[in-house]
Write a protein that binds this ligand. Structure first.
Ligand code: ARG
Length: 379
């Protein structure tokens, strides 16, 4: 073999292969004709710049298929309805913060939640794209116990600490203080940005029968917008690409507000309901869970905010599997994430197994993003 050109680096070889696989998939599924010319162009671009630029159609398709390939997501039936805000020209932290707030407004849509993704600048050789450190655009602070009794969402204690160290003054100290966005651009120094209040819709919890329920002061935000996963399409990583669907009630009622290492509300609710909390076999936890979850669904409905329930969504997921299968496509899924966290066996997704294959494009967690979410951020 004669070396008239410098050998491509391992990463370039990898990138070429992933790019080619993606372009072929795109052309096949979107009936976009013969992929060879596009593949040649992408190769030439990689040789020249070490990266390549997706067309708008490729980006839209890639972001949607990454949702379709999210093995942990039960809500994939509507993957094709994902809207894309193409902000690939944006790589500075101030603009990422501004556009993230705008993302929330557009996604919230007065309560009729729209599945949406905003794609910021990709990583390129010697030029990393921006990164959002928050796990989601909307998160509640978790204080203490170092600063006194623990308040808020313990899950976000690491990020809360980090924001305080960056100079954030902290919120008013309620259990539901909005965290600022923590964003890092090419200069590698994360900064914090308060979210404009009008960008965040929240729902106060009421119960369909128990009028004292509102006095518990429980609430949750309307839009779950994952912000720290990288959108990976054809070997290109978009590290800041916040995306959202709408909530399934159990995420809030059977996890966020109920888990003992989150808001841990079951004992409080059970006591108010007069259940025997000294005895596990009274099934007070189970009964409190049901009432908490009824309150979540009731409150979102009453506020006119889109929310789904685990029975409906389980059925839809099986429809999704059938539909994909009839199109000759495999669906990967992770049973332990697909099965709802309450009443699992009362839903049809419980009673079967799934192929765990992870297809691409995909939303992926980078190790460093996970370390940050655990509060191991440097700086
Ligand atoms: N489980 C997460 C939460 O409770 C949200 C994950 C995404 N959920 C969704 N419905 N798209 O905040």
């Amino acid at each position: 073999m004669s070396h008239t050109e410098p050998p491509a680096s391992a990463t370039d070889t990898e990138l070429r292969k992933e790019a080619e696989d993606f372009i072929r998939l795109f052309h096949r599924e979107e009936a976009a004709g013969d992929p060879e010319a596009r593949i040649a162009a992408v190769r030439a671009e990689i040789d020249e710049r070490g990266t390549y630029r997706h067309t708008r159609a490729e980006l839209v398709y890639g972001a949607r298929v990454a949702w379709r390939n999210s093995n942990r997501c039960i809500g994939r039936l509507y993957w094709h309805s994902l809207r894309i805000r193409d902000r690939r020209h944006i790589d500075d932290a101030d603009s990422v913060a501004r556009e993230s707030a705008e993302h929330l407004r557009e996604a919230t849509n007065g309560g009729r939640i729209r599945p949406l993704i905003t794609v910021f600048a990709p990583d390129a050789p010697g030029r990393p794209g921006p990164r959002i450190w928050n796990e989601q655009l909307v998160r509640y602070a978790g204080y203490g116990p170092a600063q006194g009794p623990a308040v808020g969402d313990p899950r976000n204690a690491g990020l809360t600490d980090f924001a305080l160290r960056l100079g954030w003054a902290g919120g008013p100290g309620t259990p539901f203080d909005l965290l600022p966005l923590v964003i890092e651009d090419g200069d590698g120094k994360p900064r914090f940005f308060e979210l404009p209040r009008d960008a965040v819709l929240e729902v106060e919890l009421h119960h369909p029968e128990e009028s004292w329920y509102a006095d518990l002061g429980l609430r949750w935000h309307a839009v779950p917008a994952i912000a720290n996963m990288c959108l990976e399409i054809g070997g290109i990583c978009y590290p800041a690409a916040p995306f959202n669907g709408w909530y399934m009630g159990t995420e809030i009622g059977a996890r966020n507000l109920a888990d003992t290492d989150r808001y841990d509300q079951l004992p409080r609710i059970a006591e108010r309901l007069g259940f025997d909390t000294a005895n596990d076999r009274s099934l007070w936890k189970d009964r409190a869970l049901v009432e908490l979850n009824r309150a979540v669904l009731h409150s979102f409905d009453r506020a006119g905010v889109t929310v789904t329930d685990h029975h409906t969504e389980s059925r839809r997921f099986l429809t999704h599997l059938d539909r994909e299968q009839s199109r000759g496509r495999g669906v990967g899924a992770d049973w332990s994430w697909i099965v709802p966290p309450m009443s699992g066996s009362a839903t049809p997704v419980f009673h079967r197994t799934y192929d765990p294959t992870q297809w691409r494009p995909a939303y992926v967690h980078h190790a460093e993003a996970q370390a940050r979410a655990r509060g191991e951020g440097s700086g």
